[in-house]
Design a binder for this molecule. Sequence first.
Ligand code: CTP
Length: 447
Amino acid sequence: MKKVITYGTYDLLHQGHINLLRRAKELGDYLIVGVTSDSFDRGRGKLNVRNNVLERVEAVKATGYADEIVIEDYVGQKIDDIQKYDVDIFAIGSDWEGKFDYLKEYCQVVYLPRTEGISSTQLREESETVFRVGIIGSGRIAKRFVPESKVVNGIKVVSVLNPDEEEAKSFCEQFQLESYHTDFDAFIRGVDAVYVASPHLTHYNYTKRALLAGKHVLCEIPFVLSEAEAQELYSLAAEKRLVLLEASKTAHCPGFMHLVTLVKSGIIGEVVDVKASLSKMVEAPTRELDASQAGGSMTEHAPLTLMAIIKLLGRDIADANFHSKMQDGVDIFTKGVINFPHATASITLGIGVKTEGNLVVSGTKGYVYVPAPWWLTDYFEVRYEDQTKNRKYFYSYDGDGLRYEIQEFISMIVNGRLSSYRLRRRESIAIARIIEQYRNHTDVTEI
Ligand code: CTP
């Protein structure tokens, strides 16, 4: 019996796939089809696949050509499968010509003619509404946003708002946007959603005005600096059935999300301590060192570190206290201890003091160690007393990582989902509450 194997994502199954499967089947007596898992596709940067793995498997089954279906979940699996299933022929479309010659060591490799004029990418693009997004602010993070948005389907950054006309114009030219604005009303009319990337103290106002104008909002961190403001904005968004998402990029990063689910499933036992540190040195003059612009390590770095703590330990905070090293009214270093009824956590933040930016989650059975920079999680280790049980986990963290939060933002809009499990509204409100507590100087000691 001649066995043939072929692989693909088979998203929105189309005639090209059907032709390919028929041709592959005709090469032998038995056809095995490898369908990529959702996480494998995400890991290799295919973020826009519409059908989940079960739907894609069902679609391949329905063609009637597959005698067996396997799930492709890791790089190198093709070699394993070919040997395991005793495969004679590996077949794939001609768009891959030459790319799989390395498999010739294990079986015959055949490139089959690809059907012209159709692909899943094309179908996704044709059936998609493209949301027009405007950016408020044109600083460093806004500049990273535009290229990242290009790898996500369904979004087009069209305009920028900045009261400084020169800045707005130069940003618009640099990224070849449709328009630039200094006037909010003119700006908001031309967009479906906004990305708020302006100075901290303007987040609340811009977000509120955008929501009142009926637009979805993705707001940079720190979202807002008080619990009441956060609550008000989320209520307003809910009332108007609009998406409001805090742009906590680490919460959307695949490696960090997996860390949370692993810890929550008990692999290190009960979590007793979380230590999160984040430092990025800055030099004056910069808004981070400007007290009048709410600069400081707490406003800069607490949102991501508190997000990690709250995701892992919840929002049931018993008390918190902080120690800060101040310079010109700004905390260039802050150490905070946050106590829970049965656990404790600490944050160590710096903009003028360099700390090792790692994350350590300690439990009754073991601990998770994420080396610096933990907030761009692409690797972590789970360690135990018995070192033979230690495990290392690797992930891809593509580009600047903003693509993951952008994709979630668009997916929430498309699906009318007002809440994201990656960062719940109540979790975002809890972050604002702790930052507010700090800024009100409750339990803050100067060192
Ligand atoms: N294929 C084909 N003809 C097409 C499209 C795909 O023969 N018009 C083949 C591919 O070469 C591959 C298999 O179908 O052997 C599965 O491809 P997949 O990547 O799932 O499909 P695409 O439509 O190419 O998907 P995408 O646009 O997401 O890359």
